[in-house]
Design a protein around this ligand. Sequence first.
Ligand code: PLP
Length: 376
Amino acid sequence: MTPKISQFLADEQPATPCLVVDVDEVEDRFRRLQGALPLALIYYAVKANPARPILERLVSLGSRFDAASWEEIRLCLDAGASPDDISFGNTVKKVSAIQAAFAVGVRLYVFDSLEELEKIARYAPGSKVYCRLLVDNYGAEWPLSRKFGTTVESARELMLHARELGLDPYGLSFHVGSQQLSADAYEAAIARVASLVTDLSATGLDLRMVNLGGGFPIRYRDDVPEIEQFGDAICSAMTKHFGNALPEMLIEPGRFIVGAAGVVSAEVVLVSRRGREDGPRWVYLDIGRFGGLAETEGESIRYDIRTQHDGGAVSAVAIAGPTCDGADIMYERSPYVLPDALAAGDRVELLSTGAYVSTYCSTRFNGFAPLTEHYI
Ligand SMILES: *Cc1c(COP(=O)(O)O)cnc(C)c1O
């Protein structure tokens, strides 16, 4: 929690549930990542938080953007981004979205299948394309594997085919999974990409770009390696495998840029035991799985929670949301403790919730309005 956010919450006591994001912190994170990976071009993954003040700040810092839909492209353009600085980074795109993107000047597209490549060739002729490889997501707390990426063998064929289709076969990409705690994952993926680049080069096709995706982790309840460690590991892996012929490097950070810049302020609706004196207390908040905390599914992302009673005696709790859905439980298996003094009406803060919360919010499930957002 930044001093600016603490001050805002104390002064304004905004209605809960709400998300407060310190946009200066977004800028600091962007600069820090730039410092850790000075050779990489940063394409901010818009899906992490597409709020206008964030996009505008990033435009002013010279960021580029990784967009997943026509709607996200529109948001970037409205915030002042140039179409040259936008990558249409979803391997699954509607034809109408490709047409709209091409019409405004977007010329960089990803694919991981013949079928998508053919769509791009037809509706975005001549564009730069890159192929997403399937890589191991081991070590990621929020894996993205299985749904995206293709094998090295098929990527090889598809990149050669891209040239025949009149496209510009630009490079390769991967995503090691979100909240990736191990730099080894990037090293292994870079080795995989490099072998394919070398192989294609022998057939006369020179790829010019490697897109390392996102995945850079932030601190929730536990420490994570510093971003500089990832930067160093990536840099040495790139040099080891490419020598002096370094390709352009792209990265697509989402969580790292905005996650730690935001705090959710929520209200305790009920603390109860429901007749089971030996079990944990159940703490029900006015935000839950449907109110934006979708990444608590499988208890994958475990947010750090602050209360006004911190420092007092604590005991085990399960933590759930306010809706009538049985899936609306954030933490039941993970060891969470909260102060014994916690009571209905108290405000609590969920830290590092700037990424993947605001847009994961359902619109009116059970009548609950989406959380409000404050960008300060
Ligand atoms: C979600 C996503 C990202 C961002 O991932 P983070 O883990 O938030 O950095 C980057 N690239 C692609 C293709 C994605 O789908």
